[in-house]
Design a binder for this molecule. Structure first.
Ligand SMILES: Nc1ncnc2c1ncn2[C@@H]1O[C@H](COP(=O)(O)OP(=O)(O)OP(=O)(O)O)[C@@H](O)[C@H]1O
Ligand SMILES: [Mg+2]
Length: 293
């Protein structure tokens, strides 16, 4: 890896743009969906400037890797990741190599299927306020970033405007029906356990993660991305042992820089200095090689 940064693919693709997220772009190929992972990076809900070289390739490469590793236990949406098969849909295919995924279109279930093995982030904030996370009562006296005895399933309603909304499991049942809710919960927990055990062998803690599912001909399919740093928290074991204020492996340089700047988090953030961008790029490459090589 060592790809020039790509901020957007809109000029490189001749298919309708369906959706532009903070990081990824979705194009309509007719029968299939084209997902392009750019090098954009976000923090505190802002897209930062400039993009981070290799981030898109790492995210897409990790997703593709995990989808393949788990396809026996969980069917997924991947058709292929080969830019040369896209023919006239793309210009300058070399700029898109490694960052595309052609997927089957699914009818999305509007729930983010979150699994937490540790109490951190938004889960920690809920616990401090209520002693519960998404309606699940947890033991008293847990410490921030502490490991839970068992992983918990904490769904969120997908909300296209604004923030996803944490909901108790019973609310998920109301929204999607008991059968689908239980199936998605069980599959999510199984996939988390797979990822957790796999990462542990490589000295990485999978603190939590998010999956999305869709339906194709009545079958439950894993869609979107899978166990990437944008959808999961990876902690290096060696840092976890040292530091109670552990940050995820990927965005640590960015957050440290922003925390030390005078940015107020309510206006566009300052541009990232070159050394912060480079440090972040190497974090992504490191995660990729620690997990897949
Ligand atoms: N196979 C699929 N079929 C249908 N929809 C899919 C499929 N795979 C992914 N999606 C949807 O594509 C979208 C990808 O968007 P993306 O995650 O980039 O942005 P976002 O979630 O809207 O916002 P954010 O930038 O905050 O992540 C998601 O809405 C996801 O549910
Ligand atoms: Mg998303």
């Amino acid at each position: 890896m060592n790809t020039p940064a790509l901020a957007t693919a809109v000029d490189l693709i001749s298919a309708p743009l369906i959706h532009k997220g903070k990081v990824r772009e979705l194009y309509d190929l007719g029968e299939h969906l084209l997902i392009v992972v750019t090098d954009r990076i976000s923090a505190f809900d802002y897209v930062l400037d400039p993009p981070v070289p290799d981030k898109g390739n790492v995210l897409n490469g990790l997703s593709a890797y995990w989808f393949e590793q788990t396809e026996e236990i969980q069917p997924n949406h991947v058709v292929h990741t080969d830019v040369t098969k896209l023919g006239d849909f793309v210009k300058q295919p070399e700029r898109l190599a490694g960052r595309i995924m052609v997927s089957r279109k699914a009818q999305r279930v509007d729930i983010e299927c979150v699994v937490r093995g540790y109490v951190t982030g938004g889960g920690w904030r809920q616990y401090v306020e209520t002693g519960e996370v998404n309606g699940i009562k947890l033991p008293e006296g847990l410490r921030k970033n502490g490991k839970l005895d068992e992983p918990i399933f904490t769904p969120a309603g997908k909300n296209d405007v604004g923030h996803d909304e944490d909901i108790p499991f019973e609310e998920m049942v109301n929204r999607v029906g008991r059968e689908v809710a239980e199936e998605l919960r069980d599959r999510s927990l199984k996939l988390y356990e797979f990822g957790r055990d796999y990462c542990a062998k490589r000295g990485i803690i999978l603190a939590d993660c998010k999956f999305e599912f869709g339906l194709i001909d009545g079958q439950v399919i894993l869609i979107d991305e899978m166990l990437t740093p944008d959808s999961s928290r990876f902690w290096a074991e060696e840092n976890y042992a040292l530091d109670i204020e552990i940050d995820s492996m990927d965005k640590e340089p960015v957050r440290t820089y922003l925390a030390g700047s005078d940015w107020d988090k309510n206006s566009p953030p300052p541009p990232l200095p070159t050394e912060v961008v480079e440090a972040t790029s190497s974090r992504y490459r490191e995660i990729y090689s620690r997990l897949t090589v």
